[in-house]
Design a protein around this ligand. Structure first.
Ligand code: GCB
Length: 758
């Protein structure tokens, strides 16, 4: 029989690339899961350690007969790993998010003796292993479990692509309430005359092993469907191997019976009924821990997902822990799964996209929660659509279909990818990541973008794979504006998008970017270092921002009411806007015992959103009450009138939303896009560059250029704005980020006068 033992303890760790000959007692003692970037990968400056590190421990050769095989299973070693036993290299694995196994036989010392196990991991930059360019920290380390497996030499498959050895393909017949369950197993070792007994849903079949595989088709009547969040019912399939009169091995896996389809105009259908997918994205990290998450932390994340009431998750931008897909299965959450083929196409990385996809599908195939395989994310953000890039995608697409005929392939595109790009139809379905109203452009551009796309391609399935706005809970604004990082602008932004989604049922799935703030060590903005703050929940994974409750009001059936602005205590003016989010049909707002106002949901301009404008006087104890009887709920906050605006609520430089890959640096003695339009216009050389660009903008869309004509006040205001912000405002269809970089390079050739030409 197979035995497994988790060996997370007694490791020694050092940032080195050398394999020691004996146990390095003086090294730091660590217990897995572990990352060496938990601190420096989260503090900003983009200077975290990206290099090689060694994890070393002794491993006593387990008791095993001569017919046993001994494997080490690594469930996550980032980003690349080399495994050495007693100084000999046994394996090399490239990809930081998937399981791989190493056969130790042949390198192990005799039973009971100590071996020296050393794993070199490496998260340094290279041109082969994805991800290399993206908006998150590329943590290094052995950050998931390591397992020692001892198994008779004839056993269910362990060697290829981290396979679970059993593959279950349920096919539901909704009309007949029945299902066919295909259970396939692979067997390794000499298996002459071997048989496998396969059982599931009360059915059982014993089948022969032929050419290393055995499969059975089971038929189930009155099948209990896996039906999303309302009834995520799971079955278990079991396979028992019989060889030489013994039962050397067995495996089992859970599965769910469900059917789905996606309609280009009506969206997603689960088990025959319309089931709009509305949810959030998740990265696998958290403050203090990096990506070395414990099962308890994953469970906590799932509780937050249930609290907000999402029915779908985009597990971005790579393969997540199997435990997390398990949690999604158990809680009925539909999952978009993907590999880290992201931002920048690397011709040398093609093999790696293939191996990461093979592993993702092989290891995650049985999860009913997963409904599509994401080929890439915003791959054109830093690359052109070349034939090579297209071909890589075609190969990946075919690979997915050959490994899995039951799920569509998908891609998430950047806004600057033309709607008619030949890349889009390579995958079966798609989504766009749009940030109009945050990085650039207006909120309404999101609406227009999708309407245009849907009109152009009514037969294509399109979703909203990312949208969001950063918010720091320390920042507040009575009149929130794009780029102020205030909690209030995040509400304004999401209220708009939530409404626009509601009005577009053709959007088959929508994902807030992101449920949680996450580490992006390249970022330094919005009053925080090293974080992307688009989360609806802070990086502690506990503190909910106000916008969290907007979605809870739309998605959750748990009665609640939430008054926004509990951190926005000091307010100026004689009136203040009080936002209340609730999924109940009416809200009464009090100041102490005095009723200020009452609203029914029929009075609201938007579902779940109650807006009260109330006189601001002294210190106010606001309380919102909603629901009756067992459903009665209330929430309270304190606000106060002050004469002077609270300076701590404001982020210094409003309007400078700089994308993580757009940080343009340069020589300060030369002109750059960081100079204002006015400064650039004063110098004949840079003025000519600006003139040309404005001309181009005027020729295509150029709101900025057009609207300045004949309007002196506006021209003055624009002259005071940084050229980069103006270019960003012009919108991605006119001026791409690559162009901004090129413009900057041109400007950097022009020296400033000694007096700075200011
Ligand atoms: C994107 C990326 C995501 C970033 C996000 C952002 O489009 O896909 O990885 O974190 O934008 O916040 O800029």
């Amino acid at each position: 029989m197979r035995t497994t033992q988790i060996i997370n303890d007694n490791w020694k760790f050092a940032k080195t690339a050398s394999v020691p000959a004996t146990l390095p007692e003086a090294w730091e003692a660590v217990t897995l899961p572990h990352t060496y970037n938990a601190v420096d990968g989260q503090d900003g400056g983009n200077d975290y350690y990206r290099g090689t590190a060694a994890y070393v421990r002794t491993l006593v050769t387990p008791k095993a007969g001569s017919d046993q095989e001994i494997y080490l299973e690594f469930r996550g070693a980032a980003m690349s790993a080399e495994v050495y036993l007693n100084g000999k290299q046994l394996a090399k694995h490239q990809g930081g998010y998937s399981t791989f196994r190493v056969l130790l036989n042949g390198a192990l010392r005799p039973e009971g003796e100590e071996n020296l196990l050393c794993v070199l991991v490496d998260n340094s930059d290279n041109e082969e292993v994805y991800p290399q360019k993206a908006d998150f920290t590329f943590y290094g380390g052995i950050y998931r479990d390591v397992v020692l497996i001892t198994v008779p030499s004839t056993h269910f498959a362990l060697r290829e692509d981290g396979t679970p050895g059993i593959r279950i393909t349920p096919k539901a017949d909704l009309a007949k309430h029945s299902a066919d369950i295909l259970v396939e197993t692979k067997v390794e070792g000499t298996a002459d005359g071997a048989k496998v007994t396969i059982s599931a849903c009360g059915q059982e079949q014993t089948v022969p092993v032929e050419n290393g595989s055995a499969k059975a088709l089971l038929h189930v009547e009155n099948v209990h469907l896996w039906d999303g969040v309302s009834d995520p019912y799971l079955y278990t399939a079991k396979a028992v191997l019989m060889a030489d009169g013994k039962e050397p091995d067995q495996v089992s896996a859970r599965f769910g019976v469900r059917s789905f389809r996606i309609d280009p105009s009506e969206g997603f259908f689960l088990n025959g009924r319309s089931y709009p997918l509305r949810g959030v994205s998740r990265h696998q990290d958290r403050q203090g821990a990096g990506n070395a998450l414990t099962p308890a932390m994953m469970q906590e994340d799932m509780e937050v997902i249930k609290d907000i009431g999402a029915n779908t998750l985009r597990l971005a931008h790579y393969q997540h822990a199997q435990e997390f897909y398990d949690l999604c299965d158990e809680n009925g959450i539909i999952v978009w799964a993907e590999i880290p083929f992201i931002t920048k196409f690397m011709p040398g990385g093609r093999q790696n996209t293939i191996s990461q996809m093979r592993e993702l599908i092989t290891q995650s195939y049985n999860h009913p929660s997963i409904i599509c395989w994401g080929l890439s994310n915003e791959i054109t953000a830093s690359s052109q659509v070349t034939e090579e890039l297209m071909d890589n995608h075609r190969e990946l697409n075919e690979l997915c279909h050959s490994l899995d005929s039951t799920r569509p392939t998908a891609m998430a595109h950047a806004f600057m990818l033309e709607k008619d790009s030949p890349l889009i139809p390579v995958a079966d379905i798609a989504g766009y990541n749009l940030y109009f109203g945050w990085y650039l452009g207006e909120l309404e551009q999101n609406d227009r973008f999708f309407d245009e796309y849907h009109k152009l391609f009514p037969d294509r399935v399109i979703g909203f794979t990312e949208y969001g706005a950063d918010a720091n809970i320390s920042f507040h604004a009575e009149h929130p504006v794009q780029g102020d990082y205030s909690e209030e602008y995040q509400c304004v932004y999401h209220e708009h998008i939530a409404k626009m989604i509601e009005e577009r049922p053709y959007l088959w799935a929508t994902y807030v970017w992101n449920l949680f703030d996450f580490a992006a060590d390249g970022r330094d903005e919005g009053g925080k270092h090293g974080q992307n703050q688009k989360g609806l929940v802070e990086f502690d994974h506990k503190t909910r921002k106000d916008a969290f409750y907007l979605y809870k009001a739309l998605w959750s059936s748990e009665p609640f009411v939430h008054i926004c602005g509990r951190r926005f205590v000091n307010r100026t003016g004689d009136k203040t806007l009080v936002r209340v989010y609730s999924n109940l049909s009416g809200v009464t707002l009090y100041d102490g015992d005095v009723v200020l106002a009452r609203q029914n949901n029929t009075d609201c301009s938007q579902e779940g959103v109650y807006l009260f404008e109330v006189p601001l006087t002294g210190e106010m104890h606001l309380r919102a009450e909603a629901g009756e009887g067992a459903q009665a709920v209330s929430d309270e906050i304190l606000i106060r009138h002050v004469e002077q605006a609270d300076a701590s609520y404001q982020f210094g430089k409003i309007g400078e939303v700089v994308n993580w890959f757009d940080k343009i640096t340069g020589n300060p003695d030369y002109y750059s896009v960081h100079d204002t339009l006015g400064t650039l216009m004063q110098n004949p050389a840079t003025g000519a560059v600006v003139g040309q660009i404005m001309q181009k903008a005027r020729g295509s869309r150029g709101d900025v250029a057009k609207s300045t004509e004949g309007n002196k006040a506006l021209q003055q205001m624009l002259a005071g704005m940084k050229f980069e912000s103006l270019l960003l405002k012009a919108g991605g269809n006119v001026i791409s980020k690559e162009m901004i970089r090129n413009i900057n390079e041109t400007l950097q050739k022009v020296p400033k006068n000694k007096d700075g030409a200011k």
